[in-house]
Design a binder for this molecule. Structure first.
Ligand code: FES
Length: 159
């Protein structure tokens, strides 16, 4: 569930729940992103404290992985697959269409906060390339026209 705010006690709860798991740091970062939609910078010292790590260690891991978001996402998140099969089947045109239509590049959010555009590298849906997800729902064999319809539908659903 996405949220534009951040909540210290939620982050501490997550860190304390997972502190003893193998690979706790990554698990904690992933859970925070799943629940908040991003990883606020303020969570770094909290996690470091719970795991008894330095802030630099936590910050290093949080910024190493491109999947982790460091700003709140838009209301809708589009993740376009840019791996080989999808690239060969029309993802290049979809990428251009999205960038033109939204006026942003990959990894960015529109100024009005409506959409965030991310690249991913294989969604496991290669047989139905080109593929993308909108708010976590996967769609295959997407054309620019169908993409417009899907975007309109998610915006409508929200209103
Ligand atoms: S290459 Fe795009 S879903 Fe696998």
């Amino acid at each position: 569930m996405g949220s534009n705010g951040w909540n210290q006690s939620a982050i501490l709860d997550i860190a304390r729940q997972l502190r003893d798991e193998p690979g706790a740091l990554l698990l904690i970062l992933r859970r925070i992103q799943d629940e908040l939609g991003w990883i606020p910078e303020q969570s770094v010292p909290l996690i470091a404290d719970v795991l008894n790590l330095s802030r630099a260690e936590v910050h290093g891991v949080a910024t190493f992985y491109h999947d982790f978001r460091h700003h709140p996402p838009g209301r809708h998140v589009i993740r376009l697959c840019r791996a080989e099969s999808c690239q060969a089947m029309g993802a290049v045109a979809l990428a251009r269409h999205l960038e033109d239509r939204l006026g942003i590049g990959f990894g960015q959010t529109t100024a009005d906060g409506r959409f965030t555009l991310d690249a991913v590298y294989c969604l496991g849906n290669c047989a139905c390339s080109p593929a993308l997800t909108i708010d976590g729902d996967i769609h295959g064999r997407v054309t620019p026209g169908r993409l417009d319809d899907l975007m309109a539908a998610v915006e409508e659903r929200r209103s």
